[in-house]
Design a protein around this ligand. Sequence first.
Ligand code: EPU
Length: 621
Amino acid sequence: MIEKNIDITHLTTFGIPVKASAYAEYKSVDELIRICRMPEYLDQRVLHIGGGSNLLFVSDFKGLVLHSGIKGLKEYCKDDETVYLIAGAGERWDDVVNYCIDHDLEGLENLAGIPGEAGASAVQNVGAYGVEAGDLIWNVECLDRTTLQVVTLKGSECGFGYRQSKFKGEWKDRYFILRVSYRLRRSTHAHHLEYAALREYAARLGHQPTLREVSEEIRRLRASKLPDPAVVGSAGSFFKNPVIRKAYYEWEVLNFDPSVPSIPRRVAEEPKRADFDSEEAFTAEMRAYEAYRDATHVKVPAGWLVEHAGLKGASVAGAYVYPQNCLVIANRGDATGEEVEALAHMIQERVLQCFHIPLEPEVNFIDSRIRITVLGSGTSKGVPELRCNCSTCTSADPHDKRLRASVLVETMGVKILIDPSPDFRQQALRARIFDIDAVLITHEHYDHVGGIDDLRPYCFAGPLDMYCRQDVNDHLHTRLDYCFKSQLYPGVPSFRMHVIDNQPFFIKGVRIEPIEVYHGKLPIYGYRIGDFAYVTDAKRIDESEREKLLNLDVLIVNALRHRQHFAHFTIEEALQLIEEVKPRRAFLTHLCHEVGYHELFATTLPEGVAPAYDGLEITVE
Ligand code: EPU
């Protein structure tokens, strides 16, 4: 049932060679439940894939890849007009659409030609040409991964939005989708003709187009803009069309470059009937005017941004920007996941520089490695200390310049900042941090949160997710009250606060385990992410919490100096902890100038232990 070390390249549309250490395709819910009880499932990372049309494997996948082989299409008629179509999650999406067209079921015809499978339609909320699957999804039958019970979720509770659903957010890794049902209308003709090219097509035809006509026109449109996955590897749109605050768009983006378009189009002045040749043209302009006037956010076409940043055809080795549609990154045939990733970063940087708009990938980066960047390795005063002339503080070695303690952790395409230090601005410039998915706070001391105001640029699209204990949350609300008001002063940072306790939780599918440690008398959190843990400002760790630090590949832990301190581990205390929990590699952080020169200090540490330094990059394979 579970196969080992399997090539799964054919299960993705990028065509980049990739292997999974384990793979299983199940044909029924009973078979899936049997897999869920197997050690191969319980003991390792699990990734469920659909048609692989939105995935970029940056490295081979260490873990179990699951794929649904649940098929079947079944109609239930409610009345003469409404039909519910239930599709097995493993049905090819285009087969679902073709079935509808063959059986005069209206609703999904605008979604013709999209690669992928029915299950993914609910996860991605696939959308094209004015229609989103979420508008039609009636309910979703799932297997709850914790209880192994089958549950039926209503479409209305799935949180569908532009390229968004709860399956990608708060429900990530909670359910396996078994079947999806769509509420359709019995009709031979198509009615969703809002997309400009379809309106023009209908006008050319001179009659209301049939479902088949619309689906064929859409296939033609797609073929002119998108590579055929059978010929050129890609994942369709690589980035989402950014949705940004309207105020930001008007004040920042347009001030910088007035030509940047928006969807709905920017129609600042109310259209006048007399200025239009036909009623239809006037109504369309009026609709755009109203949509723009009412919206608090605007969507900007990412393909336009990439093209106008001068990146049409740009490449990194085998990965290139598809010239017919700059929103697509394509594989010349020999591209690696890392080359696609490098090109994506180059595009993000250039678009940000040109238009002040960050692009968010639509594609899921599957990189089970954990990459850690030490942004700061110094104690609360930093090194050099102000007004100090000691040899360390006057050293010319860049390793002896320690900003306040902070790390950036990247895994599975998710970037997590631990502690926005007062030096965050400099750290972000140095590490070229263009986006952040979430912020974890260890405790409320100023040297760990003093950079919160500098997170402003990362809140351009809306509040940034921040995770902390209740006491930290209370402190931040008092100290940074201006970030938490119901009416925010324009441009201030805003946060979606998640109060956590000492229980594991998920950020976009990444499991975070808090570790309670004592900073003097203050209970604070360290965090474990996979085989990596970050513990700062600890003086004591109780036995039960120490267990969470067993079997680590990398531990970063605070060690202030040799002299005792009431609230921080000394170097000897940190080494004692390392000796006890035995990580494969350990790095000391939150160091003060008393440790002396980095280079000399390093020679005094046991094998497998090193001082951290600012800019240090560590990879957990
Ligand atoms: N544009 C450019 N240059 C380009 C590409 C696009 O200037 O290189 C401009 C177009 O001229 C147009 C605007 O950008 O004015 C929007 O382009 P388009 O209508 O082609 O749609 P899109 O926003 O680029 C979205 C979906 C597609 C879907 C189309 C059609 C996203 C991320 N992508 O693309 O979905 O097919 O609309 O509705 O929302 C996919 O998800 O893989 C996908 C292909």
